[in-house]
Design a protein around this ligand. Sequence first.
Ligand code: G3P
Length: 217
Amino acid sequence: MKFFVDTAEFDAIAELNELGIVDGVTTNPSLIMKSGRDIIEVTKQIADLIDGPVSAEVIATQADAMIEEGRKLSKIADNIAIKLPLTWDGLKACKALSSEGHMINVTLCFSANQALLAAKAGAAFISPFIGRLDDINLDGIDVIADIRQIYDTYGFETQILAASIRNVNHVTDCARIGADIVTAPPEVIHKLALHPLTDKGLETFLKDWEKTGQKIL
Ligand code: G3P
């Protein structure tokens, strides 16, 4: 499973990238707002650092304007994935832009039916929002499982990019089901490495080692 970082905070991306675990980055208008930076500037800085896909989202809601904005965003770098919302206009823009060879990430997906349409429109990635489904007492992981089954049944190549990841259990469940990618906030990614028994075990090892009086170097 690939890990994308879901943020527009460059330093947080750079820190994780040093570990070699960053396969891509996703941003959206809210994340750009939180960064306080210009979308073109920050997206270029991220795309220059990261080899994998970097998603930048259009703002327009009408297909023609989405297409124009998408073409502009794709000029930032070769690894830009244009993010389009899952609306009829977004699907029209997806069909047009993917036919021109652009990498498309269809976002704000909340159902398997929506994901089916995105795949048929040529999306490279589909972004189902797990956390927001959970927020209204639906099961986001179930939607990932349905999409996985449908895509596998018909051989769609669109990659499932699980988004709105709120906790480490979302990551485990997505990996179990076979999501191609999770895009998670840096703080969730950092938590993946943590376990109290690891800390406790290391503490015991160090205490016992101290009793040996030995040094390795
Ligand atoms: O990539 C989508 C993600 O940023 C949305 O997350 O927590 O606002 O639902 P959240």
